[in-house]
Ligand binder design. Structure first.
Ligand code: FAD
Length: 336
């Protein structure tokens, strides 16, 4: 590694917040960042931007941060790319972090690209696994590639910081350690409101998507095996009995049986429920990357060689049109 690169120290996590509430993915990334920082024998820091968000610094310490870099300004009250990127680029130039992690959320995806471009460094989007090679200090950034057919591990050899985004619910939530302390470093924003091209005229909250798959504890997901929109009702019935949420493979979405909001997988939502039912889903890699970290996976498929059985905790080989009604019946009896 060149002498220049050895000047970069610290693993930083962008603490995404909206109206003063931290996004869970930021805490998940602090948990992951802690492991990386320990392996690199360096510190873990949160980057906190906003107006009146000091309370989140304490939360970041409780989730494992050693330091928090706080830039507080009314200009940062609502997310806008320009001032947020400016703040992070300036912090980064001054304090030279080795790694910056962000959630692969709408905000994180927008911000990370701009920051990486301004810093002239690399960025790996949508990582599903992170590690470090201790000797070279490379961040090993793994993600599905070539349509999900392979897992690629990407490194950024000549530029710093090494930047990656990670989808929500991929990494474990760390322990919350009440009262844990850290160092709060306040920095100023060099931009004034007049310098920002985009103005926030109004802030309208979305009425809410019908589904919050990434927060569901029980998901009953159906695939092409269902054969028709009418048969998909069986999935809804099982979800109803269990108090769960419906999910779907892309094949079921493309067949028009259910809207894309319900799609699980690489181009849908990443989920991590306590129980995931995969009914008539073959287990293509693009589906697996979105659900394989679920606590318990129950798969129903008539094909004994279906890939879904490789990740299933409980596999039921059989015709779903026999298995599903029996399950619904039994759960009704048990749970009512
Ligand atoms: P199939 O693969 O057709 O499987 C149907 C299964 O049903 C079979 O295993 C069959 O044995 C079983 N079956 C049939 N009848 C019965 C029965 N009576 N009883 C029991 N079992 C039965 N897919 C996603 O899901 N999410 C994504 O986000 C996603 N993103 C993608 C991104 C890219 C770039 C690409 C190229 C593909 C993506 N895909 C995604 C598509 C993915 O490759 C698969 O095509 C898709 O997941 C297949 O859906 P399926 O398992 O429902 O259908």
């Amino acid at each position: 590694m060149s002498a220049e690169l050895t000047k970069y120290k610290g693993v930083w996590v962008f603490i995404e917040q909206m109206e003063g509430k931290g996004a869970p993915v930021s805490w998940e990334l602090l948990g992951e960042g802690r492991k990386l920082a320990d392996k690199l024998d360096t510190y873990l820091a949160g980057i906190l931007l906003g107006d009146n968000v000091d309370n989140l610094a304490q939360e970041a310490f409780a989730y494992g941060a050693d330091k928090v870099f706080l830039v507080a300004s009314p200009v940062l009250k609502h997310y806008r790319t320009q001032p947020y990127a400016e703040a992070i680029v300036n912090l980064s130039k001054k304090h030279m972090p080795e790694v910056i992690l962000m959630g692969a959320t709408t905000m994180g995806r927008d911000l990370s690209g701009t920051v990486a471009t301004k810093l002239g460094t690399g960025l790996t989007a949508d990582c599903t696994q992170l590690d470090v090679e201790e000797e070279s200090r490379y961040l090993l950034q793994s993600r599905p590639a070539f349509g999900g057919n392979i897992m690629a591990t990407i490194i950024c050899r000549h530029r710093r910081p090494q930047m990656a985004t990670v989808r929500p619910r991929i990494m474990d939530m760390p322990q919350y350690e009440e009262g844990r302390q850290g160092e709060l470093i306040r920095e100023d924003l060099s931009l004034a409101e007049e310098d920002v091209a985009v103005k926030v005229v109004d802030y309208i909250k979305e009425k809410g998507k019908a589904v919050y798959l990434d927060k569901a504890e029980i998901i009953v997901a159906g695939g092409r095996g269902l054969g028709s929109k009418e048969n998909f009702r069986l999935i809804e019935q099982l979800a109803e009995v269990l108090g769960g949420t419906v999910g779907a493979s892309r094949a079921a979405v493309e067949a028009g049986w259910i809207s894309a909001d319900y799609q699980v997988g690489q181009t849908g939502t990443t989920v991590r429920p306590k129980v995931y039912f995969a009914i008539g889903i073959s287990g293509a890699i693009q589906h697996l990357v979105g659900m394989q970290t679920s606590d318990v996976i129950v798969a129903v498929n008539k094909d004994p060689d279906a890939s879904i059985f490789k990740v299933a905790t409980f596999g039921i080989q059989g015709d779903m049109f026999q298995v599903l009604p029996a399950m619904i019946e039994q759960f009704k009896k048990q749970l009512v």
